[in-house]
Design a protein around this ligand. Structure first.
Ligand SMILES: Cc1ncc(COP(=O)(O)O)c(C=O)c1O
Ligand SMILES: [Zn+2]
Length: 449
């Protein structure tokens, strides 16, 4: 059986559009497109046979199937020739469970999916491998694409720069000036991308990149391009695989431009339709209070949606007031009996620091997700007995400034609860010994928290 996929408008008003077309929006209604798979063809294999295939390929060294994304190639880009695949063995990131974390967050079972333990340190690698591979294949077929461009709050630019460099395709990065972390900025610089720092916010960069890519020679790599979503949708599939095909009660995921939540949903829906799972989990989308237009919409039953002007937040990658993929996100949340929660700067920073005491190194966006967990527990939306999977979207090492300032207690609007500072002390064994014993005793008495 030959598997196939094509673009279609999310409102269903287009015919099949080939994935080789340079197109990001529906020509009729201007809404976003999605990738549709021939599900009848995929049903030629039983659910058990898909499970065996995916398990056999997982982390194997056979190119490209050892990649967490390309191990599911038939569900992603079934028609691409493997010689055009640009992979750095993304995905297959660890799913982390610890009793300490569960104790700190007073929840029976918490798993953290460490998407930041990947090539460029965030989940963006999952989508970028698919998009850049498709572009490479289009260029090989003679299409006049000369470069790939994106607007970014930091992580998308790092992923695009890396994959484009690997594929020898020029990358153009539009960043809001002074609004991304130093580590995020140095990634595209180091990978040789053309980095433009614009005197605006992310929403301003997004507007300009859409105009820039109106010329088809410059291909758009933002997640409004649904090829990215195809790769990102493997996150939910992979978590379920890592849980031995068991479905948790909840996924909690931080959202900004709102592509990733629909990606998570799409992967889970494929699992259900192809019989690999029998029920769906619920999804909680977590936003920072400073940029929470979807939370406002959720409170009104998603009846209306109003973009906002995003305010400065520690969760800088989700400082987005006019999310491009909002309609997809609402559709997903409705299907998954989803909820939206918002968290203050104080809540996200303290949740991140508390989780770090379990040995994690959480980024502020994962802090948003963890603070949302605490709030959803308080409101009894999430019950103690329920199994929760937190999607950790980036590596905390990309946000050292946030961590340093937290422990120095110099963050605005944050009342630091879990400070830990290095103690400067004379290099004298007697003084060191005395202090160590005193501190250890205090710890024994009061615990680590
Ligand atoms: C670290 C991190 N977390 C969460 C998100 C949110 O993903 P999305 O914009 O698809 O909602 C992003 C990207 O914007 C990100 O870089
Ligand atoms: Zn349409």
């Amino acid at each position: 059986m030959r598997y196939s996929a094509h673009f279609r408008c999310i409102n269903g008003c287009t015919d099949k559009i080939s994935l080789n077309t340079v197109i990001y929006r529906c020509p009729t209604c201007n809404n976003l497109l999605e990738v549709i798979h021939d599900m009848d063809a995929l049903k030629d294999r039983s659910s058990q046979s898909w499970i065996s295939l995916f398990n056999d390929r997982y982390r194997s060294s056979e190119f490209p199937y050892g990649s967490g994304v390309w191990g599911k190639k038939e569900w992603i880009l079934p028609e691409i020739d493997s010689e055009h695949i640009v992979s750095m063995y993304e995905g297959a990131t660890n799913l982390f469970r610890s009793q300490r974390l569960e104790k700190l967050f007073k929840q029976r079972e918490i798993w953290v999916k460490l998407c930041g333990n990947s090539h460029t340190g965030s989940f963006k690698d999952l989508g970028m491998t698919v998009l850049v591979s498709q572009v490479k294949s289009m260029i090989a077929a003679g299409q006049p694409i000369r470069a790939i461009a994106c607007a970014s709050t930091g992580d998308t630019s790092a992923a695009l720069a890396a994959y484009a460099a690997n594929a020898e395709i020029p990358a153009i990065i539009l960043l809001p000036k002074n609004k991304v972390s130093l580590t995020q900025l140095i990634q595209p610089v180091a990978n040789g991308a053309m980095v433009l720092a614009l005197d605006t916010d992310f929403d301003g960069c997004m507007k300009i990149v859409q105009e820039l890519t109106y010329e088809k020679e410059i291909y758009l790599a933002n997640s409004m391009n649904s090829l990215r979503i195809e790769g990102q949708k493997t996150v939910g599939i992979e978590v379920i695989q890592q849980l031995d095909w068991r479905v948790p009660d909840w996924f909690i995921i931080p959202g900004g431009n709102l592509g990733n939540v629909s990606a998570l949903g799409n992967g889970l829906l494929m699992l259900l339709e192809l019989g690999l799972i029998q029920k769906l989990p619920r999804i909680a989308l977590a936003q920072a209070e400073k940029a929470s237009p979807l939370y406002e919409s959720f409170k009104k039953g998603f009846e209306e949606f109003k973009p906002v002007k995003a305010q400065k937040t520690l969760a800088s990658a989700i400082q987005i007031g006019n999310p491009v993929s909002v309609n997809k996100a609402i559709k997903t949340l409705r299907r998954f009996n989803g909820v939206v929660e918002q968290t203050s700067e104080d809540e996200l920073a303290n949740a991140s620091a508390l989780a770090d005491f379990s040995g994690l190194m959480t980024d502020p966006h994962t802090g948003v997700a963890l603070a949302a967990l605490q709030k959803l527990k308080s409101s009894n939306t999430i019950q103690h007995e329920e199994t929760v999977v937190v999607i950790s979207t980036a590596n905390g090492l990309k946000f050292t400034d946030f961590k340093v300032k937290y422990h120095e207690n110099t963050l605005d609007e944050v009342n630091v609860k879990y400070q830990n500072i290095p103690i400067e002390i004379e290099a004298n064994i007697d003084i060191v010994k005395k202090l160590v014993h005193k501190k250890v005793e205090e710890l024994m008495k009061h615990g680590l928290e």
